[in-house]
Ligand binder design. Structure first.
Ligand code: COA
Length: 385
């Protein structure tokens, strides 16, 4: 296997992009990444997107994006794993470069969610249609069940859930690409409209249009064309699946797919949770960040809430989590999310994250998740000198 580096990134501003359609949104991010990498062509492309068919009535977007990017006849294909589509596409791009099949691969993610379609119903297609969605279980409701159980088993406090959101909004307020660039308070979260008890509006990631892209290449090539910045290598890639329905799980307070993906990635990278300097994790709802930080091994099971309260996951804390603002503040255009996580970690390791910079960051982790944890990816990136 060849060593693989991230050599370019692109991430335009996210939000409600009513004046742009899915192809414009994707192409803008892809061109930014190509320009940033300084390459004059790409060999192959993966386009992560959960549901362009339902939101934009557009399928076949691998070819569509290659066409509008002016890159035909390269191979291009859409990758779908619900909200983990981005992470899965990164893994496929990584495998393609590592295998020697291609040298320069673009991995982009895109979702156009503001189209007038019922976004809650579209998102719910990533749950079990027969046993969950049909009966009215939405994603906020599924994560609310997990939150209640976590509170019951470990005494996790309602305020600790809110603190996840407060921390992530504080980071997102310093990220010019985030959808919601404003700080909030615990009181604001507790007083925001209820969505699915105990989760309120400010415990939920928003509905977002957006795209992000990265360019992957072998480390040897990266060294030749690298700009004046360190090489960032993907040293571990893990992916796993689990039961699609929450009711089929043995426990509501852990996510086996996250644990398995992390185990694979840590083993490949030859590092453990104690070596990670910062992480981007899938905080689609505040409880998700708490459970995921436990399952990645950063904190003991049941202690994720306390860790947030103690400030361990803030920038400057033991392990800064979601320096980008997380899904909560920066937005969650589902197919793009896993790719933007890699952009954030790469920029942190390059040392170009400005006000959000984690000083001396050398190893970063990105965890992306589909549905209520039926699929997950974990990538570990390292700055190599
Ligand atoms: N965070 C912060 N602000 C938000 C927000 C969020 N998640 N969602 C909406 N807002 C803001 C809006 O900008 C709006 O502000 P304004 O009045 O100043 O313009 C206000 O809150 C009300 O927005 P509205 O669009 O009416 O909210 P809504 O009730 O239709 O939707 C949610 C709110 C939380 C239900 C929706 O964002 C949602 O479904 N999120 C979850 C998405 C999801 O499930 N993703 C997949 C995860 S697995």
């Amino acid at each position: 296997m060849r060593d693989v580096a991230v050599i370019g990134v692109g991430w335009p501003k996210w939000g409600e992009l009513w004046k742009k359609d899915i192809r414009n949104i994707f192409v803008e991010a892809a061109l930014m990444a190509i320009e940033d990498a300084g390459v004059d062509h790409i060999d192959s492309m993966y386009v992560a997107s959960m549901s362009p068919g339902l939101w934009s009535k557009q399928e076949h977007i691998g070819a569509l994006m290659a066409d509008y990017l002016g890159q035909t006849p390269i191979p291009a294909v859409r990758v779908e794993s619900a909200c983990a589509s981005g992470g899965m596409a990164v893994r496929l791009g990584f495998i393609e470069v590592a295998s020697g099949m291609s040298d320069i691969v673009l991995v982009g993610g895109v979702e156009k969610m503001w189209t007038g379609e019922d976004f809650t119903a579209v998102l719910a297609t990533a749950a079990d249609q027969e046993y969950e969605a049909f009966h009215g279980l939405t994603f906020p409701a599924l994560y609310a069940l997990m939150a209640r159980r976590h509170m019951h088993e470990f005494g996790t406090k309602r305020e600790q859930l809110a603190m996840v959101s407060v921390k992530n909004h504080a980071n997102g307020a310093r990220n010019p690409r985030a959808q919601y660039q404003r700080e909030i308070t615990v009181e604001a979260v507790l007083n925001s409209p209820p969505v699915a008890d105990p989760l309120n509006l400010l415990d939920c990631s928003p509905v977002t249009d957006g795209a992000a892209a990265i360019i992957l290449a072998p480390v040897d090539l990266a060294r030749k064309i690298a700009k004046d910045r360190p090489i960032v290598q993907i040293i571990g890639s893990g992916a796993a699946t689990d039961s699609i329905a929450l009711a089929d799980r043995e426990s509501y307070v852990e996510l086996p797919a996250v644990k398995k993906a992390a185990e694979i990635a840590y083993k490949m990278a030859g590092v453990g949770p104690e070596d990670i300097d910062l992480a981007e994790v899938h905080d689609c709802f505040t409880i998700a960040e708490i459970i995921v930080t436990e399952d990645l091994g950063f904190f003991e099971k049941g202690k994720g809430g306390e860790a947030v309260e103690q400030g361990l996951t803030k920038i400057g804390g033991k392990i800064p989590v979601n320096t980008s603002g997380g899904l909560k503040s920066k937005g969650h255009p589902v197919g793009a999310t896993g790719v933007a996580q890699i952009v954030e970690i790469t920029e942190q390791l390059w040392g170009v994250s400005g006000e959000r910079q984690v000083e001396g960051a050398k190893i970063g982790l990105a965890q992306n998740m589909g549905g209520s944890g039926a699929s997950s990816t974990v990538h570990i990136l390292k700055r190599i000198d």
